[in-house]
Ligand binder design. Structure first.
Ligand code: B12
Ligand code: SF4
Length: 539
């Protein structure tokens, strides 16, 4: 639904701030695909854009696709900005830019919702999800677009039911420019892992959209004729297992009806392995990958951070079960947690190899505002003030240089070309064989598809097979896949593995940051003329 009842016409420029070069953004591989310029559709700002009154004109600029032009600022009455803590410096710069054009600047999204004080440069702060604060914001802006004398903070006390969220304004961006599309079914997570701010930001009780509403959103996405995959941005797709079981049969039917056009993936907790019925439904709905925050190989450490849901079954056993249902296990680990010792890195590496985890995210612990960890460290005097932060804001139990060398060792070993391809080879044999195999004809014949295939293969052969420093490993796997007629696997695997390999090199050369949450990265450009900006677009 949209907001109704405004008196005036307004022009709103909505901007999603530029990414920083973290592993999760996959920036080294965009050029494998003909149109791709960014990783994922910015669900938050697209949702707000869709909620704005029908009478108002709205433009959406995702900076990852192109920066806003002066003409956009001149056109607008006000500028809306969204982003995470890591994008904070860029967000501040966007506020300055809006002000330079005399325009009012509003900020919303996960960063300001968690830490309003990080955003002193904005005129209006929207804290929290879509709800009563959003209605107040629209009423204020309907009355006046003058910059207020003092910063105004509007906080959502009553969230709009998720089912009443509008379908994100997918038509205001070019979906073909994204590597992966996104959809949201639920918000919130019932668990309380101590490093995580999700329960504080989005609630403990997952709120849901009805299956009908989700299908309407999938239809809206399909209307754009996408040739890519979709990621469910839910914090935990099985946060409410009963509801997931009611939803999934609808997704299965939708996939059958629409010809399995969208490969799906999501984030889950490891206790998914205990529910084979749910796994079978996920397989039938064409879920082919799941991201799990494994965090630590030690059950004691997991108990210490209250991540008990990961301790219900050994990860190696859980991995085998996922693979049996065609689900590739992708996972994140965090170095520097209390309880982990100097040998943690070797255990992580062993686990990654044993469980055949191809896409592994390696991070150093960083305390997030609003997380239980933040409060604990503050009480223990172990929170490093922001001005003194080098790699993390945590005083680790282990010496900091030990934690940093663990991270670097894990990156070096896990992102080495041979190791990455070996883990993929394992998944080709043990996981992909168990996935649904809809025929390529489901896309129908189109020159767009032919162009895409030719572009992907030519770029991959040139980049990995001719110019890379891992030609031998690439060709060994490529021949195996080509002989088996799996060009599709070759494209999927190389688009991730190339990024991992190059990102690993960035880390070892000091060009990438250790922590996923570092708020003021040296690689985070404020202006588009900064040379560091090139890192994001390196091809
Ligand atoms: C999908 C996702 C990604 C995608 C990117 C998606 C994209 N293009 O935006 C990928 C995988 C690339 C990613 C990367 C990272 N992510 Co991320 N990500 C998510 C996730 C799971 C879903 C985001 C989403 O779509 N949410 C649904 C939308 C509807 O919610 P929303 O954005 O909050 O928007 C609502 C409100 O905030 C508000 N709103 C939003 N914008 C605006 C703007 C205005 C003006 C107004 C008025 C309101 C408003 O209205 C919306 C409707 O209620 C969230 C968790 C979560 N629950 O949101 C983490 C999350 C946002 N990510 C997080 C982090 C830390 C990262 C990384 C640093 C992780 C890493 N390993 O490197 C990187 C940083 C990437 C970068 N920015 O350069 C943190 C951010 C912490 C913080 N408080 O800032 C979160 C909250 C998860 C967490 N706690 O761990 N992420
Ligand atoms: S880390 Fe995952 S499971 Fe734990 S509270 Fe956060 S969203 Fe929930």
């Amino acid at each position: 639904m949209r907001y109704v009842g405004v008196q005036n016409r307004r022009k709103v420029l909505c901007i999603f701030a530029r990414y920083v070069p973290v592993l999760a953004n996959m920036h080294h591989s965009y050029h494998f695909f003909p149109d791709t310029q960014a990783f994922m559709t910015p669900q938050g700002i697209l949702t707000i854009a869709a909620y704005l009154p029908e009478e108002w004109e709205v433009r959406v600029v995702d900076e990852n696709i192109h920066p806003p032009e002066d003409a956009d600022f001149e056109w607008a009455d006000m500028v809306f900005v969204s982003g995470m803590h890591v994008q904070r410096r860029r967000m501040a710069w966007l506020a300055e830019r809006a002000h330079a054009f005399g325009k009012l600047a509003v900020v919303g999204g996960p960063s300001v919702s968690s830490r309003p004080s990080y955003h002193p440069g904005f005129d209006i702060l929207h804290v929290g999800e879509l709800g009563d604060a959003t209605d107040q914001l629209i009423q204020m802006l309907d009355t006046s677009v003058e910059r207020p004398a003092e910063q105004v903070v509007l906080t959502t006390e009553h969230r709009l039911p998720l089912n009443d969220f509008p379908i994100p304004a997918y038509d205001l961006v070019d979906l073909n420019k994204y590597m992966v599309l996104s959809i949201q079914w639920s918000s919130g997570c019932p668990y309380t892992c101590d490093f995580c701010d999700i329960p504080a930001l989005y609630g403990h009780e997952p709120r849901l959209k009805t299956p009908e509403r989700v299908l309407a959103e999938l239809d809206a996405i399909l209307a754009h004729d996408p040739l890519t995959a979709i990621f469910w941005v839910d914090d935990n797709l099985i946060g409410n297992k009963k509801a997931a079981k009611l939803l999934l049969p609808h997704i299965v039917e939708w996939q059958k009806r629409t010809g399995y056009r969208l490969r799906m993936s999501a984030q889950c907790t490891l206790n998914l392995a205990q529910d084979r019925d749910l796994l079978a439904m996920l397989r039938d709905a064409f879920f082919v990958g799941m991201y799990f925050g494994i965090e630590s190989p030690s059950t004691a450490t997991l108990a210490g951070i209250t991540k008990h849901q990961n301790n219900r079954m050994p990860v190696r056993d859980a991995a085998k079960i996922f693979n049996e249902f065609g689900i590739e296990l992708n996972a994140g680990f965090i170095f520097g947690m209390d309880g982990d010792g100097p040998d943690t890195v070797d255990k992580v590496i062993e686990l990654v190899n044993d469980a055949g985890i191809p896409l592994v995210l390696l991070n150093v612990l960083y305390a997030l505002p609003k997380s239980p960890l933040w409060d604990k460290l503050e009480a223990q005097g172990r929170l490093i003030p922001e001005s003194d932060v080098v790699d993390s804001n945590v005083v680790f139990q282990l010496p900091a240089d030990v934690v940093m060398s663990q991270w670097k060792k894990a990156v070096k070993v896990c992102y080495a070309p041979k190791a990455v391809f070996e883990r993929y080879r394992y998944n080709v044999k043990h996981t992909y064989v168990n996935q649904l195999k809809p025929s390529l004809t489901r896309y129908g014949f189109s020159w767009r598809l032919v162009h895409m295939g030719v572009h992907c293969l030519a770029t991959i052969f040139w980049t990995c097979g001719v110019r890379s420093n891992y030609k031998r490993e690439f060709w060994t796997l490529a021949w195996e896949l080509l002989r088996a007629g799996r060009v599709d696997y070759l494209i999927l695997i190389t688009s991730v593995s190339h990024h991992l390999i190059r990102f690993g090199e960035d880390v070892l050369a000091g060009r990438a940051e250790p922590s996923i949450y570092t708020p003021d990265l040296m690689h985070q450009p404020a202006s588009s003329s900064s040379p560091a900006n090139e890192l994001v677009t390196i091809r």
